[in-house]
Design a protein around this ligand. Structure first.
Ligand SMILES: *[C@@H]1O[C@H](CO)[C@@H](O)[C@H](O)[C@H]1NC(C)=O
Ligand SMILES: *[C@@H]1O[C@H](CO)[C@@H](O)[C@H](O)[C@H]1NC(C)=O
Length: 403
């Protein structure tokens, strides 16, 4: 599959909404008494500064002045490298294999997977039914599986303006297609235990939580309100082994959105979507691709700058084709598309904090590059036009990081 060429990466200077206000600047400057000789110099300076100064309002409403004399220029080598999808071929083979459904292949025994995954749900419905009914269920399930997988694969193309479409794509019922006023994305880092941010988190209109992290007993630190549960498909896969595919630690009314980490998880999707009361959604594969490219860009950039090693050595220390953005990163991207303001909680680490607030997991997964993702979050706050691959048509909302 060839990816369409990515258009220019030069962002418009008004990308962040505010353009420089000359009047305001003069007022500030002229408050002080200025000697005539100096005033000419000042006016000249002000004019010069006007050319290269931009005002960025950061998430907390603070005003920052950032001096820049040229638009962001992305390193073409990094861009090209980040566009390259190392896992593409094996993913395609995997998808074709599943779609063709070579059901006699011992490597992938579809019927057995289906039975073991669907065991609980199907048994309750078809215990008294004859084999014919069960066979019918199976065939319908297989057709749905194939259709879902094919749709997903077909849509898996790069689109630099996918961010602008998220409000519609997400399918969350929005009155008048408005965005949510304020969103909190709650990561699972142990740094959450340092402060009582529970109430602050709950004060957001829309709260997104990750990978079904437990909140019971931690409300003081993490809040108790959940409006969207963001998971990776491994989590659903584990749920699907349980009776009734119970995957709702935040309540049955809370919609779930997941990204597909392995195509075979469409089996779990098939089993779980029919038993879920709230919507069970799958992330737009175009957003998946965008996230993959962005994180890889930051990771490669950091790797080359830090180690001075050639680009080609990046792969071996970053899991190669296994390299992946984290769920948290994609949840933030999603929030940027559906919210007017985004607050980030529980992302980041410290020597004194556990990796997860709710588990004792010690190590981070090497297939994620968290430090690269933190670089991205810093740019979200201070310098969103430095983020590659996103169309300049999309205006990033203000972002605040709570540490
Ligand atoms: C991009 O970065 C690489 C590695 O640091 C460097 O060798 C190359 O000159 C840079 N290219 C541009 C166009 O800045
Ligand atoms: C978010 O969840 C809370 C309670 O869990 C609910 O009261 C509120 O209406 C939800 N907000 C939105 C925007 O759906």
């Amino acid at each position: 599959m060839t990816t369409p060429p990515v258009p220019t990466f030069l962002r418009s200077r008004s990308a962040f909404g505010l353009t420089f206000d000359h009047t305001h600047m003069n007022k500030t400057i002229l408050k002080r008494p200025i000697r005539p000789l100096f005033s000419a110099v000042f006016v000249f300076a002000a004019a010069a500064v006007t050319l290269c100064l931009r005002i960025i309002v950061s998430g907390a409403g603070r005003t920052q002045f950032i001096l820049r004399d040229a638009p962001i220029v992305f390193n073409q080598t990094f861009l090209t490298f980040a566009k390259l999808d190392l896992g593409e071929d094996s993913l395609r083979q995997n998808v074709e294999h599943l779609v063709d459904g070579d059901f006699r292949n011992p490597k992938f025994n579809f019927q057995r997977s289906f039975r073991s995954i669907g065991r609980f749900r199907l048994d309750t419905g078809s215990r008294s039914a004859r084999n014919g009914q069960s066979e019918l269920n199976f065939r319908k399930f297989r057709l749905d599986f194939r259709r879902n997988l094919q749709n997903w694969w077909r849509n898996r193309r790069f689109d630099d303006d996918v961010m602008s479409k998220l409000v519609n794509v997400l399918g969350l019922k929005r009155k008048y297609k408005n965005k949510y006023k304020t969103c909190a994305v709650v990561g699972n880092s142990g740094i959450l235990l340092k402060q009582n941010l529970g109430d602050t988190i709950d004060s957001h209109e829309f709260v997104i939580r990750l990978n079904n992290a437990r909140i019971g007993g931690f409300e003081r630190f993490v809040g108790s309100k959940t409006n969207l549960s963001f998971i990776n498909s491994n989590i659903l896969h584990l749920c699907s082994r349980r009776g009734g595919c119970y995957c709702h630690p935040y309540g049955e009314h809370v919609p779930i959105i997941m990204y597909i980490s392995q195509p075979v998880h469409f089996l779990d999707y098939g089993v779980c979507s029919s038993s879920h009361r709230s919507p069970l959604m799958i992330t737009d594969p175009q957003l998946d691709l965008l996230c993959a490219r962005i994180v890889k860009y930051y990771s490669v950039k950091r790797f080359v700058t830090e180690t001075g090693k050639p680009l080609e050595e990046w792969s071996s220390s970053h899991g190669g084709s296994e390299f992946h953005y984290s769920s948290g990163m994609q949840a933030i991207m999603l929030a940027l598309g559906v919210c007017d303001k985004v607050s980030i909680f529980g992302f980041g680490k410290s020597d004194f904090a556990k990796h997860h607030y709710h588990t004792n997991q010690k190590t981070e997964l090497s297939l994620h590059d968290y430090r690269a993702e933190y670089d991205l979050y810093e740019d979200l706050v201070r310098n969103p036009e430095a983020i590659p691959f996103v169309s300049s048509k999309f205006k990033f909302p203000p972002v605040t990081i709570h540490r």
